[in-house]
Design a protein around this ligand. Structure first.
Ligand SMILES: [Zn+2]
Length: 269
């Protein structure tokens, strides 16, 4: 009997010891936690999925590099800016009304960004005031030249040189020409190469008197006052004014151009 009892006790002990390792498997809980991670991973997978649906997000990123391309500015320089049809028509009307004479020319494209979409050959700036020699430029350039001549140059000429008779000619040194700034071999393209610029070398009066542009900052005569007056008023019409005081490249002429700048900024030196 004792042996049976002992055997029973041993079997109970063995069974209980065997059951302990079964209940002990804590690692079984880990797989459970691993299962909870799996749905979490599925959720993560679902998150990128809607991102894929939001494909418009990548496209704005694609549009960002686009504005970066113009910053390099290789393309704008090499293309001829198209003239706005309505603005061009309005300009032609204003140019006729002010009394300028001109010929409309065919599109100029000399390559390397040189050219004018709708060029004009300006013959006379105002009635009785010739452009010598006649020159090719954009309508906007011609119109600003005409307005400046009428509203600023003629009054200044009458005040300073009235005894020489009326102004009969504006003598230009350069209108449209395909070249870089300051005739350089490197650098930016000149506004002359876009029809935006006109260089003025002198003013001729009916008497034959000619007033040449030269350094006159210290000129205390009426001629000095005349040149300084027309130079200063040039900035009311043109976006860029360079005179003999700006640098050696402009010792003998006034450079005017209508290059648009940000915020309406004007460069007049
Ligand atoms: Zn110039």
């Amino acid at each position: 009997m004792h042996l049976r009892i002992i055997a029973c006790l041993l079997s109970v002990i063995l069974l209980s010891s065997a059951s302990l390792p079964k209940t002990g498997p804590i690692p079984e809980k880990k797989p459970e936690s691993a299962e909870t991670k799996k749905p979490a991973e599925k959720k993560i997978e679902k998150v990128p999925a809607p991102n894929k649906d939001k494909t418009p997000l990548p496209t704005p990123e694609d549009t960002e590099p686009l504005p970066q391309k113009p910053e390099a500015e290789p393309e704008p320089v090499l293309t001829i800016e198209p003239e706005d049809g309505k603005e061009y028509a309005a300009c032609l009307t204003a140019l006729k009304q002010i009394g300028a004479t001109f010929r409309e020319e065919t599109r100029i494209d000399d390559g390397k960004g040189c050219g004018i979409d709708k060029p004009l050959t300006l013959e006379t700036v105002l009635p009785g005031v010739a452009l010598k020699p006649e020159g090719k430029m954009r309508c906007e350039t011609a119109l600003e030249l005409a307005r400046w001549t009428k509203e600023a140059v003629l009054p200044a000429a009458k005040a300073a040189l009235g005894n020489e008779g009326p102004l009969t000619a504006i003598d230009q040194a350069s209108s449209y020409v395909c070249r870089l700034r300051n005739n350089g071999t490197t650098g930016k393209i000149s506004e002359h190469a876009r029809g935006n610029a006109i260089d003025i070398a002198s003013f001729t009066f009916k008497s034959g008197k000619s007033i040449e542009i030269q350094p006159r900052d210290e000129d205390s005569t009426l001629i000095g006052a005349f040149q300084r007056a027309v130079t200063a008023t040039g900035c009311l019409y043109f976006k860029t004014v360079l005179d003999p005081g700006s640098d050696e490249a402009h010792e003998n002429h006034l450079h005017f151009d209508v290059l648009e700048r940000k915020n309406g900024y004007r460069y007049c030196r």
